[in-house]
Design a protein around this ligand. Structure first.
Ligand SMILES: NC(=O)c1ccc[n+]([C@@H]2O[C@H](COP(=O)([O-])OP(=O)(O)OC[C@H]3O[C@@H](n4cnc5c(N)ncnc54)[C@H](OP(=O)(O)O)[C@@H]3O)[C@@H](O)[C@H]2O)c1
Length: 209
Protein backbone atom coordinates (compact mmCIF):
# COMPACT_ATOMS: atom_id res chain seq x y z
CA UNK A 1 0.00 0.00 0.00
CA UNK A 2 1.23 3.51 -0.77
CA UNK A 3 0.92 6.26 1.86
CA UNK A 4 1.47 10.01 1.47
CA UNK A 5 2.77 12.20 4.29
CA UNK A 6 2.05 15.93 4.38
CA UNK A 7 4.54 16.94 7.08
CA UNK A 8 7.61 14.76 7.63
CA UNK A 9 8.98 16.26 10.87
CA UNK A 10 9.04 14.53 14.27
CA UNK A 11 5.64 12.86 13.90
CA UNK A 12 5.45 12.29 10.15
CA UNK A 13 8.93 10.80 9.94
CA UNK A 14 8.49 8.44 12.92
CA UNK A 15 5.26 6.97 11.50
CA UNK A 16 6.49 6.88 7.89
CA UNK A 17 9.82 5.24 8.80
CA UNK A 18 8.06 2.60 10.92
CA UNK A 19 5.62 1.79 8.11
CA UNK A 20 8.28 1.80 5.37
CA UNK A 21 10.10 -0.90 7.32
CA UNK A 22 6.84 -2.91 7.40
CA UNK A 23 6.63 -2.83 3.60
CA UNK A 24 4.55 0.29 2.85
CA UNK A 25 5.59 2.65 0.05
CA UNK A 26 6.05 6.16 1.40
CA UNK A 27 5.61 9.37 -0.57
CA UNK A 28 6.57 12.65 1.08
CA UNK A 29 3.99 15.19 -0.10
CA UNK A 30 5.64 18.58 -0.35
CA UNK A 31 5.65 21.25 -3.05
CA UNK A 32 9.18 22.19 -1.93
CA UNK A 33 11.42 19.09 -2.11
CA UNK A 34 14.33 21.18 -0.79
CA UNK A 35 12.68 21.94 2.54
CA UNK A 36 14.76 21.11 5.60
CA UNK A 37 12.50 18.37 6.95
CA UNK A 38 12.18 16.67 3.53
CA UNK A 39 15.93 16.61 3.01
CA UNK A 40 16.52 15.28 6.54
CA UNK A 41 13.89 12.56 6.05
CA UNK A 42 15.44 11.46 2.74
CA UNK A 43 18.87 11.24 4.38
CA UNK A 44 17.43 9.05 7.14
CA UNK A 45 15.36 6.91 4.79
CA UNK A 46 16.42 6.99 1.10
CA UNK A 47 13.47 4.73 0.17
CA UNK A 48 11.02 7.63 0.55
CA UNK A 49 9.86 9.31 -2.67
CA UNK A 50 8.87 12.97 -2.91
CA UNK A 51 6.01 14.39 -4.99
CA UNK A 52 4.06 17.67 -5.02
CA UNK A 53 1.16 17.44 -2.54
CA UNK A 54 -1.73 16.89 -5.00
CA UNK A 55 0.24 14.32 -7.01
CA UNK A 56 1.19 12.49 -3.82
CA UNK A 57 -2.46 12.28 -2.75
CA UNK A 58 -3.43 10.89 -6.16
CA UNK A 59 -0.65 8.28 -6.03
CA UNK A 60 -1.57 7.08 -2.52
CA UNK A 61 -4.42 5.18 -0.87
CA UNK A 62 -4.14 7.03 2.44
CA UNK A 63 -2.66 10.43 3.30
CA UNK A 64 -1.30 11.51 6.69
CA UNK A 65 -1.45 15.12 7.89
CA UNK A 66 1.41 15.80 10.34
CA UNK A 67 1.81 19.56 10.16
CA UNK A 68 1.50 22.41 12.68
CA UNK A 69 -2.25 22.91 13.09
CA UNK A 70 -2.14 26.62 12.22
CA UNK A 71 -0.97 25.92 8.63
CA UNK A 72 -3.75 23.44 7.86
CA UNK A 73 -6.48 25.74 6.59
CA UNK A 74 -4.31 27.32 3.87
CA UNK A 75 -2.56 24.05 3.10
CA UNK A 76 -5.73 22.01 2.59
CA UNK A 77 -7.58 24.60 0.53
CA UNK A 78 -8.03 23.36 -3.02
CA UNK A 79 -6.62 19.85 -2.49
CA UNK A 80 -8.74 17.02 -3.86
CA UNK A 81 -8.57 13.92 -1.66
CA UNK A 82 -10.87 11.96 -4.01
CA UNK A 83 -12.83 10.44 -1.11
CA UNK A 84 -9.71 8.81 0.35
CA UNK A 85 -8.81 8.67 4.06
CA UNK A 86 -6.86 11.56 5.58
CA UNK A 87 -5.25 10.61 8.89
CA UNK A 88 -5.10 13.74 11.00
CA UNK A 89 -2.19 13.61 13.45
CA UNK A 90 -2.16 17.38 14.02
CA UNK A 91 -3.30 19.06 17.22
CA UNK A 92 -4.43 22.61 17.95
CA UNK A 93 -2.34 23.58 20.98
CA UNK A 94 -2.82 26.93 22.70
CA UNK A 95 -0.99 28.88 25.38
CA UNK A 96 0.01 26.91 28.47
CA UNK A 97 -0.61 23.56 26.71
CA UNK A 98 -4.33 24.30 26.41
CA UNK A 99 -6.71 23.28 23.63
CA UNK A 100 -6.05 25.69 20.79
CA UNK A 101 -9.73 25.96 19.80
CA UNK A 102 -10.88 26.48 23.40
CA UNK A 103 -12.32 22.94 23.50
CA UNK A 104 -15.33 24.10 21.46
CA UNK A 105 -14.61 21.93 18.44
CA UNK A 106 -11.85 19.48 17.60
CA UNK A 107 -9.04 20.31 15.23
CA UNK A 108 -10.03 17.26 13.20
CA UNK A 109 -13.54 18.57 12.62
CA UNK A 110 -11.97 21.78 11.30
CA UNK A 111 -9.66 19.68 9.10
CA UNK A 112 -12.74 17.84 7.77
CA UNK A 113 -14.37 21.21 7.02
CA UNK A 114 -11.24 22.39 5.15
CA UNK A 115 -10.83 19.06 3.31
CA UNK A 116 -14.40 18.12 2.36
CA UNK A 117 -13.24 15.59 -0.25
CA UNK A 118 -11.39 13.53 2.40
CA UNK A 119 -12.64 11.07 5.00
CA UNK A 120 -10.81 12.38 8.05
CA UNK A 121 -9.69 9.91 10.71
CA UNK A 122 -8.02 11.23 13.85
CA UNK A 123 -5.16 8.92 14.88
CA UNK A 124 -1.51 8.88 15.95
CA UNK A 125 -2.06 11.73 18.31
CA UNK A 126 -2.46 10.63 21.92
CA UNK A 127 1.29 10.14 22.56
CA UNK A 128 4.51 11.96 21.73
CA UNK A 129 6.33 11.18 18.51
CA UNK A 130 8.93 9.12 20.43
CA UNK A 131 6.43 6.27 20.51
CA UNK A 132 5.50 6.14 16.83
CA UNK A 133 8.64 4.63 15.31
CA UNK A 134 8.72 1.49 17.50
CA UNK A 135 5.81 0.93 19.89
CA UNK A 136 6.77 -2.67 20.72
CA UNK A 137 7.39 -3.69 24.35
CA UNK A 138 9.19 -7.03 24.37
CA UNK A 139 7.72 -8.52 27.55
CA UNK A 140 4.28 -6.88 27.54
CA UNK A 141 1.20 -9.06 27.04
CA UNK A 142 -0.82 -6.18 25.61
CA UNK A 143 0.11 -3.82 22.80
CA UNK A 144 -0.21 -0.10 23.45
CA UNK A 145 -3.56 1.24 22.27
CA UNK A 146 -3.89 3.67 19.40
CA UNK A 147 -7.30 5.30 19.56
CA UNK A 148 -8.91 6.65 16.40
CA UNK A 149 -12.10 8.50 15.52
CA UNK A 150 -13.82 9.24 12.23
CA UNK A 151 -17.15 9.28 10.43
CA UNK A 152 -16.45 6.82 7.61
CA UNK A 153 -16.22 3.12 8.42
CA UNK A 154 -14.31 2.16 5.25
CA UNK A 155 -11.68 4.81 6.00
CA UNK A 156 -11.40 3.57 9.59
CA UNK A 157 -11.06 0.00 8.33
CA UNK A 158 -8.05 1.00 6.20
CA UNK A 159 -6.51 3.01 9.02
CA UNK A 160 -7.00 0.06 11.42
CA UNK A 161 -4.79 -2.15 9.24
CA UNK A 162 -2.12 0.56 9.13
CA UNK A 163 -2.23 1.09 12.91
CA UNK A 164 -1.92 -2.65 13.50
CA UNK A 165 0.99 -2.94 11.05
CA UNK A 166 2.78 -0.17 12.93
CA UNK A 167 2.63 -2.21 16.16
CA UNK A 168 -0.36 -0.81 18.06
CA UNK A 169 -3.72 -2.24 19.11
CA UNK A 170 -6.22 -0.20 17.08
CA UNK A 171 -9.35 0.98 18.92
CA UNK A 172 -12.14 2.81 17.11
CA UNK A 173 -13.66 5.22 19.65
CA UNK A 174 -16.44 6.49 17.41
CA UNK A 175 -17.35 9.41 15.19
CA UNK A 176 -15.17 12.45 14.48
CA UNK A 177 -16.75 14.43 17.34
CA UNK A 178 -14.75 12.12 19.64
CA UNK A 179 -11.57 13.69 18.24
CA UNK A 180 -11.95 16.53 20.75
CA UNK A 181 -11.46 14.03 23.56
CA UNK A 182 -8.46 12.45 21.82
CA UNK A 183 -6.96 15.93 21.58
CA UNK A 184 -7.47 16.33 25.33
CA UNK A 185 -5.78 12.97 25.87
CA UNK A 186 -2.85 14.36 23.89
CA UNK A 187 -2.72 17.38 26.17
CA UNK A 188 -2.78 15.04 29.19
CA UNK A 189 0.20 13.08 27.82
CA UNK A 190 2.06 16.24 26.82
CA UNK A 191 1.62 17.87 30.24
CA UNK A 192 2.66 14.67 32.03
CA UNK A 193 5.79 14.17 29.93
CA UNK A 194 6.95 17.55 28.61
CA UNK A 195 5.96 19.56 31.71
CA UNK A 196 5.99 17.14 34.65
CA UNK A 197 8.83 14.80 33.68
CA UNK A 198 7.06 11.46 33.20
CA UNK A 199 8.82 8.97 30.94
CA UNK A 200 8.34 9.74 27.21
CA UNK A 201 7.94 6.04 26.36
CA UNK A 202 4.81 5.48 28.42
CA UNK A 203 1.56 4.58 26.64
CA UNK A 204 -1.86 3.26 27.56
CA UNK A 205 -3.37 -0.18 26.89
CA UNK A 206 -7.03 -1.02 26.20
CA UNK A 207 -8.23 -3.87 28.48
CA UNK A 208 -11.70 -5.40 28.24
CA UNK A 209 -13.41 -8.44 29.74
N1 LIG B 1 5.66 16.31 18.53
C1 LIG B 1 4.85 15.41 19.06
O1 LIG B 1 5.25 14.63 19.96
C2 LIG B 1 3.44 15.28 18.55
C3 LIG B 1 2.68 14.14 18.87
C4 LIG B 1 1.40 14.01 18.34
C5 LIG B 1 0.90 14.99 17.49
N2 LIG B 1 1.67 16.10 17.22
C6 LIG B 1 1.13 17.08 16.26
O2 LIG B 1 1.66 16.70 14.98
C7 LIG B 1 1.89 17.86 14.18
C8 LIG B 1 3.35 17.87 13.71
O3 LIG B 1 4.20 17.93 14.83
P1 LIG B 1 5.78 17.69 14.65
O4 LIG B 1 6.35 17.67 16.03
O5 LIG B 1 6.02 16.56 13.74
O6 LIG B 1 6.21 19.05 13.91
P2 LIG B 1 7.57 19.36 13.11
O7 LIG B 1 8.65 18.42 13.53
O8 LIG B 1 7.80 20.82 13.23
O9 LIG B 1 7.21 19.00 11.57
C9 LIG B 1 6.25 19.75 10.89
C10 LIG B 1 6.22 19.31 9.45
O10 LIG B 1 5.18 20.08 8.80
C11 LIG B 1 5.72 20.66 7.61
N3 LIG B 1 5.06 21.95 7.32
C12 LIG B 1 5.07 23.07 8.08
N4 LIG B 1 4.36 24.05 7.48
C13 LIG B 1 3.90 23.52 6.32
C14 LIG B 1 3.10 24.03 5.26
N5 LIG B 1 2.62 25.28 5.28
N6 LIG B 1 2.83 23.20 4.22
C15 LIG B 1 3.31 21.92 4.19
N7 LIG B 1 4.07 21.39 5.17
C16 LIG B 1 4.36 22.18 6.22
C17 LIG B 1 7.20 20.86 7.91
O11 LIG B 1 7.87 20.92 6.66
P3 LIG B 1 8.98 22.04 6.30
O12 LIG B 1 10.29 21.51 6.71
O13 LIG B 1 8.83 22.15 4.83
O14 LIG B 1 8.58 23.30 7.04
C18 LIG B 1 7.50 19.58 8.67
O15 LIG B 1 7.75 18.51 7.78
C19 LIG B 1 1.51 19.06 15.05
O16 LIG B 1 0.19 19.45 14.73
C20 LIG B 1 1.57 18.52 16.48
O17 LIG B 1 0.69 19.19 17.36
C21 LIG B 1 2.91 16.26 17.70
Amino acid sequence: MTLAFIGIGNVGFAIAHNLEQKGYNIIVANDNPNSQSVQKALTQNPNFKVLPVQEAIEASEVTFLATPFHVNEDLLKGLDFQGKPLVDCSNPVGAGISHGLDSKVSGSEKVQEWAPTAHVVKAYTIYGFENFSNPEYLNAKEKPAMLMAGNDSDAKHKVTSIIEASGFYAKDVGALDQALHLEHMTLLWVKMVRRDGHHPHFMWAYLEK
